[in-house]
Design a protein around this ligand. Structure first.
Ligand code: CO
Length: 134
């Protein structure tokens, strides 16, 4: 079921500062920032060849990463995203296996314009898992 690692997401308190550090200090190719108000975040992707790094900054009052940044004020690893061929088949398999799918269980359109789901971190050893239909 599980395909490639699509990205690793880092929650950061200051997107512009994180972009500058990756671009100027690490010499990475950093994409343009994007505001995603429906997800409560602004994002920028960094292409590191074999995968991507997703920088996430809170956007708006009810950002889903606000609590994470309160606990981790300098930022931290927020989730890993794996590709799947068929997200509805993956969801049904996971639910049958007892894994918890966050939200109402229906895929949302993520930062790449593709359907995504999130799985409860307590079911996967403390790591929030995103699935993206490739
Ligand atoms: Co993500």
């Amino acid at each position: 079921m599980l395909g490639r690692l699509n990205h690793v997401a880092l929650a950061v308190p200051d997107l512009a500062a994180a972009m500058a550090a990756y671009r100027d200090t690490l010499g990475a190719r950093v994409g343009e920032p994007q505001a995603l108000p429906e997800h409560g975040v602004s994002v920028a992707f960094i292409d590191v060849g074999n995968t991507k790094i997703e920088l996430l900054e809170p956007l708006g009052e009810a950002s889903p990463i606000a609590a994470f940044l309160e606990k981790n004020p300098s930022g931290g690893m927020h989730h890993v995203c794996y590709e799947v061929d068929d997200i509805l088949a993956a969801r049904d398999h996971l639910k049958q296996s007892g894994a918890r799918v966050l939200g109402d269980g229906n895929p949302k359109i993520g930062a790449h314009g593709k359907p995504v789901l999130f799985l409860h971190p307590k079911d996967f050893f403390g790591t929030l898992v995103e699935l993206e239909q490739a």
